[in-house]
Design a protein around this ligand. Structure first.
Ligand code: GSH
Length: 228
């Protein structure tokens, strides 16, 4: 059996995307808790951007969550598939993943950065980000099926990307725009998340993320009170 290690932290939506794929594929793996680093020369050889996640399979390293999922799909052909055979359907799934990761995530992060630093998001940034988020929501409404999975009747890589990102950005955007935020306005948004929240593999991901977030917040508070 091939040995798989997943490096990163459950606080990261990209780490959770890969963890979901490994679990849905019923592959055994061990988690190596790891923080991203731009300055760790050894880690940069494994993940050249210094990001998380990274996987190690039989001593070889792969970076970037989507290439990791594509690798798992071909390297473990016996495992449950997360990409359909039909090239048009497969392209639509990759398209959905781009809407989530290139447009939603990258713009949502421009706002998230302020909260990480304990600051109020800049009004100018919010004004720039809001129309892009709305446009992305409209793209998702057209490209997705929510029937009951995001791309159609079967679970796919698009769910691995959507579930952790939607949860993370649901909370973040609610802090800025209120509960009727640009993503929430998507009619199927709430039902889709609660459909997956009722599945153990998905629920465990969100539960672990929230637990880890709390622990990190507590550790930050302690560090502020007792600077070394
Ligand atoms: N495109 C990358 C994105 C990974 C990513 O952004 N990871 C974040 C954590 S969610 C990270 O490591 N950030 C550290 C940094 O920005 O320096 C992927 O799909 O793996």
């Amino acid at each position: 059996m091939k040995e798989i290690k997943l490096y990163g932290s459950p606080i990261s939506n990209y780490f959770n995307k890969v963890k979901l794929a490994l679990n849905l594929k019923k592959l055994n793996f061990t988690i190596v808790r790891f923080a991203p680093s731009e300055n760790d020369a050894e880690y940069l050889q494994k993940n050249p951007m210094g990001f998380i996640p990274t996987i190690e399979v039989d001593g070889k390293f792969i970076a970037e969550s989507q290439p990791i999922l594509e690798f798992l799909e071909v390297y473990f052909p016996e495992a449950p598939r997360l990409m359909p055979e039909d090239p048009f359907e497969a392209a639509r799934i990759r398209q959905i993943i781009n809407y989530i990761e290139v447009y939603l995530d990258q713009n949502g992060r421009r706002i998230a950065r302020y909260f990480f630093e304990g600051k109020k998001p800049d009004k100018g940034v919010i004004k720039e980000v809001e129309p892009v988020l709305k446009r992305t929501r409209r793209a998702l409404e057209i490209a997705c099926r929510f029937n009951p999975y995001i791309a159609g009747t079967n679970v796919s890589m698009a769910d691995c990307s959507a579930y952790p990102s939607f949860h993370a950005f649901d909370r973040l955007l609610a802090r800025v725009f209120g509960p009727q935020h640009p993503l929430f306005e998507m009619p199927q948004f709430e039902n889709y998340l609660s459909f997956l929240d009722n599945q153990e593999i998905f629920k465990e991901i969100e539960d672990t993320r929230l637990k880890t977030k709390k622990l990190l917040e507590r550790a930050n508070l302690i560090a502020k009170k007792r600077p070394v």
